[in-house]
Each structure stands twice: as structure tokens, then as C-alpha cells.
Write a protein that binds this ligand. Structure first.
Ligand SMILES: Cc1ncc(COP(=O)(O)O)c(C=O)c1O
Length: 457
């Protein structure tokens, strides 16, 4: 090993690695002192946006200090080592069973579920179960399994495009329009057929935060079954809403109370309140998770069923989820989500009252809302410019086009998450007012077209 005179005694920013440039595209040849390596990584991170001011993401950026302590206690747990960490495995099972209960499964004992790395994996698993069930039924009837399709709104999150792409399923998108700003089951008969593996309903559309009316979609499928005999199941992508609606709108029927809802997925790391890295999927009854998709790993001398795309995966987030379920319970989650909704309504009220804007949603479903420019307000600036200007204050507030058939409209959106207090929200409103007033004083259009949509759904 090469010893360099600069090591431990040299002030940190005068050491090799800090005072010299390292090639970024070659594997490092020599080691660094841990302090130097730490400082380099730490300083790179410093150049990222501030996570708490990232109003683009749905994903948790704040937990309390007990959770932080548990995280530090648990970072070495591998979720797949069920035999080695049987308590963690049991806690995982406890968590999805608690969710089965929260989402009104007819019997918690009869349900099936698992944790995942996030909603994307959970949606993939939900979609795969739909596809396999359809394949079994088709094969049993001696029919072709060559052309499966999945029906959903054009406002789905990209994970569904991925699902269809990776698993050779035709994606059939029902466009959102002025008459149907959310997918509500209208014209569904034009989209489904004998090759439809299922319909996706989104509880909390990523673009606007609005809930798709799962009960209406279910009724539309009932009507289709009566005329065609096709029995088509629903997967609810409740990435955000499945951890909000049960607490804020318990009377809203969107979950396993609807028999057609075979599976529900959510992100524990969104309104479940955990740091990035955990999702959940639950099937209302074991029979809707085809047995031939399930692998068995050894567990306490026997075996435990697993259904996952990954093998190794951090177990810490599952433990954090259990901590939050215990810490908050139903009443605590209701208090937290109510608080977030209050902040969202406060912000949407403030922004809706500003001259250039009109609200597209107001935070009454998810604590998320979007707005757009009033048509004809100005040619001098747009929401991308406002997004750029807010970035100078540290706020990350994305602007982006709506999905098809409304993609000619640009909106801007705020996701209110734990850690955005009413005080901070007022600071944000002040910053928006300041920047609107700056932009309104322009005598001619901004020289460049803003940075454009940097945010992807
Ligand atoms: C409706 C919906 N589905 C799925 C996802 C993907 O979630 P994750 O980031 O947990 O994979 C998101 C993320 O925003 C979402 O809003």
C-alpha cells in the first residue's frame, strides 16, 4: 500500500482526494483515510436539494428520533433471512395482516400479503398475480394466453407502464378528459375483453392527488359481467391513498369491502410514514395469489412462503413500519394525516387566491394539490419559470404536463408530507408571492423557456 505524507496530520481539505482531483470513471487504486472519504461523500450530498424542502416527492423524509434509533439498530437486517431473523419475518407478517384488517379483508387469516421495496414492486406483484390467474383460467378453457391486456387510466404512475413492458402485457389507457378528469369506469366496456387480466384503480392519482372512484369502476365491471360473463378483477394502486383514505374518509368504500378488489398495494414510505424502502401488497384471499408464483424459504425448521422480485433487501424499514403502526395506531395516523391535510388546504387556499393561478385540485383527497396558470394570464412567464425561481429559495416544486388527453396543460404540484409545518407553509406562500411579483414585473417574455418538466411520474 502506498503511504502518503499527507495522511492523518494534514488538515482534511489539504489531503489527497480533497486537494487533488480524482478521476471519476476509474476504480480508485489507493485507499483514503475514512475521514477524507466521509468528507468527500458528505460534501457531494450537500449539493443535493434539501429533502425536507422537496415538495415533489411523496416519499418520507422525516421520522422521529426513536425511529432513527431503531433504524441504526436494524440496518444490518436482511429481509430474506427469515430463518436467521425470525422475529423480523414475523413482524413483516404482522404488518401486512394489520393492513388487511385496515383495508377490510373479509378474514385476516384468509388474506395473503408481503412487504416489498416500494409500490412499484408491489404493483408488479399485484399485476403478476392478475396475469397468472388469467392464464390459468384461459388454459383451463383451452383458450389462447398470447395477448393479455391491462386496463387503466392514462394517469397511471410509470410502474404500470413498466409492468406492461417487462411482462408483455398490452397497456390499455383510458384517457383523462375535462368530462372525466379521473378514470371513473365510463366507457369501460370499450376497453375490456376476454384478454383483460384486470383493471387498475388508483387511490390518489400522482398528478393531482385525486382519488379514482373505485366503487364506480367496480359497478361498471359488474354491468360488464352481466352482459358478457367476463369476471374482471381490480387491483387498487393505493401507493399514497391506501394510507390516507382509511383515516380521513373511513366511509369511502374503495377497498376489500368491494368483492372485485382482489389486491391492494401501498408505499409504506409514502403516507405510511417510513423512510424510503418499503411497500406492501395484500390479497383479499389467498386464492387470488396463485400458488405457483410463491417460493418457499426455510424458516424455523419449516418453510415460509415468499413472493418478491428481489432476494436480499433491507429489513429495517419493515421494523420502522411496525414501530409506526404501534406508535400511532388508527387514531395517531388520523391525527397525522388530518394535520397534513390542514397544511395542504391552507396552501391550496393561499395559492388559489393568487391572481395568476387556478386550482386543479385542492388537497381534499390526498394532502396533495395542483394548480395551473389562468388561461391568457401572461405570455411573459410560465409555471416552469416559477419552479426555477422557487428553487433559488430551496423549494422543489415541480411543474409538468398532465397526462393524455390533457397533455397540452401544464400544472404545478405540492405534496404535503410530515415535516412541513404550517409555519414553513407560510414561508413558502411568501416566497411564491415574492416570485410571482418579480415575474409579473417583466416587460417582455423570459428569455428561455424555463427548465421544463424535470419531474417524472
Ligand atoms: C399511484 C402510484 N403508484 C406507484 C408509485 C410508485 O411508488 P414507489 O416509488 O413506492 O415505487 C407511485 C409513486 O409516486 C404512485 O404515486
Amino acid at each position: 500500500m502506498t503511504h502518503r505524507p499527507d495522511d492523518a496530520l494534514t488538515p482534511v481539505f489539504d489531503r489527497a482526494g480533497e486537494a487533488t482531483r480524482r478521476p471519476r470513471d476509474r476504480f480508485p487504486r489507493t485507499p483514503e483515510l475514512p475521514e477524507t472519504a466521509y468528507q468527500i461523500v458528505h460534501d457531494e450530498m450537500m449539493l443535493d436539494g434539501n429533502a425536507r424542502m422537496n415538495l415533489a416527492t411523496f416519499v418520507g423524509t422525516w421520522m422521529d428520533e426513536h425511529a432513527d434509533r431503531l433504524y441504526a439498530d436494524a440496518y444490518d437486517k436482511n429481509m430474506i433471512d427469515k430463518d436467521e431473523y425470525p422475529r423480523t419475518a414475523e413482524i413483516e407478517r404482522t404488518c401486512w395482516r394489520m393492513l388487511a384488517d385496515l383495508w377490510h379483508a373479509p378474514s385476516v387469516e384468509g388474506a395473503a400479503g408481503t412487504s416489498t421495496i416500494g409500490s412499484s414492486e408491489a404493483c408488479m406483484l399485484g399485476g403478476l398475480a392478475l396475469k397468472r390467474r388469467w392464464q390459468h383460467a384461459r388454459r383451463a378453457a383451452g383458450k389462447s394466453t398470447e395477448k393479455p391486456n391491462l386496463v387503466m387510466s392514462s394517469a397511471v404512475q410509470v410502474c404500470w407502464e413498466k409492468f406492461c413492458n417487462y411482462w408483455d402485457v398490452e397497456a390499455r389507457y383510458v384517457p383523462v378528459t375535462d368530462e372525466h378528469p379521473v378514470f371513473d369506469g365510463h366507457d369501460l366496456a370499450d376497453y375490456v375483453d376476454e384478454n383483460t387480466i384486470g383493471v387498475v384503480a388508483i387511490l390518489g392519482v400522482t398528478y393531482t392527488g385525486a382519488y379514482e372512484p373505485v366503487a364506480s369502476i367496480s359497478q361498471a365491471l359488474d354491468a360488464i359481467e352481466q352482459t358478457t360473463g367476463l369476471d374482471i378483477a381490480i387491483h387498487v394502486d393505493g401507493a399514497s391513498g391506501a394510507m390516507v383514505a382509511p383515516f380521513l374518509r373511513p366511509e369511502l368504500v374503495w377497498d376489500f369491502r368491494l368483492e372485485r378488489v382482489h389486491s391492494i398495494s401501498t408505499s409504506g414510505h409514502k403516507y405510511g410514514g417510513v423512510y424510503p424502502g418499503v411497500g406492501w401488497v395484500v390479497w383479499r384471499e389467498e386464492k387470488w395469489l396463485p400458488e405457483d408464483l410463491v417460493f418457499r424459504v426455510s424458516y424455523l425448521g419449516g418453510d415460509m412462503p415468499t413472493f418478491a422480485l428481489n432476494f436480499s433487501r433491507p429489513g429495517a424499514q419493515v421494523l420502522l413500519q411496525f414501530y409506526l403502526f404501534l406508535r400511532l395506531g388508527f387514531e395517531g395516523y388520523a391525527t397525522v394525516q388530518r394535520g397534513l391535510q390542514k397544511v395542504a388546504r391552507h396552501l391550496s387556499h393561499g395559492i388559489g387566491a393568487m391572481k395568476p393561478f387556478e386550482l386543479v385540485s385542492d388537497g381534499s383527497d390526498l394532502p396533495v394539490f395542483a394548480w395551473r396558470m389562468r388561461p391568457g394570464y401572461t405570455e411573459n412567464w410560465n409555471l416552469y419559470h416559477l419552479s426555477d425561481r422557487l428553487r433559488m429559495h430551496g423549494w422543489l416544486v415541480p411543474a409538468y404536463p398532465l397526462p393524455d388527453d390533457m397533455s397540452d396543460r401544464t400544472v404545478q404540484r405540492i405534496v404535503v408530507r410530515a415535516g412541513l409545518s404550517l409555519d414553513l407553509a407560510d414561508d413558502l406562500l411568501d416566497d411564491i408571492r415574492t416570485e410571482v411579483s418579480y415575474l409579473d414585473k417583466l416587460q417582455s417574455p423570459m428569455p428561455v423557456e424555463g427548465t421544463g418538466p424535470g419531474f417524472h411520474h
